[in-house]
Design a binder for this molecule. Structure first.
Ligand code: FES
Length: 151
């Protein structure tokens, strides 16, 4: 039996990052807070926009069925800023090349469309351009007839 804080759905322990209560949410948006984005077009200066994006999205979706979780890396490090949309019985989308400042409305719309979708697949015509261009991968939902994996 898993110890408190290590149960499936409680990834605070794993990520060591701030997260809203994912166990009570229909959708979780994982946001990489480690992605480095070049500043001023140079190779020397970077910012890390993920934490600010997570904070803004947490406010936008406060009181909703959407949880926001910060993670240290989604393995798409060359395409900052990155996030993943995840929900039970839905396809998971990994999206990169997001500019939190200019794409914020599109990111919010994408999350809402994903949440409203039956299986996680959002119709092409409903995808904002940042979603269309930024998709890195989509992963099918885990079959429900598989045995749970022991940690
Ligand atoms: S550092 Fe952000 S995806 Fe790896």
């Amino acid at each position: 039996m898993a110890e408190a804080g290590t149960q499936a759905g409680d990834l605070n322990f794993i990520a060591g990052r701030e997260a809203t209560d994912m166990t009570k949410s229909a959708v979780t948006v994982f946001i990489c807070v480690s992605c480095r984005r070049p500043v001023d077009g140079g190779d020397e200066a970077f910012d890390r926009p993920g934490a600010d994006l997570a904070s803004v999205l947490r406010q936008k979706f406060h009181g909703s069925d959407v949880a926001i979780a910060e993670v240290d890396c989604l393995a798409v490090c060359t395409r900052p800023c990155t996030l993943a949309l995840s929900a039970e019985n839905k396809w998971t989308y990994l999206i990169g090349d997001l500019e939190p400042e200019s794409h914020l409305d599109e990111i919010v719309a994408t999350v809402k469309s994903f949440a409203a979708s039956e299986n996680g697949i959002v119709a092409w015509r409903e995808r904002p351009s940042s979603f269309r261009k930024g998709v890195v991968a989509r992963v099918p939902p885990r079959p429900s007839n598989l045995e749970p994996v022991e940690p």
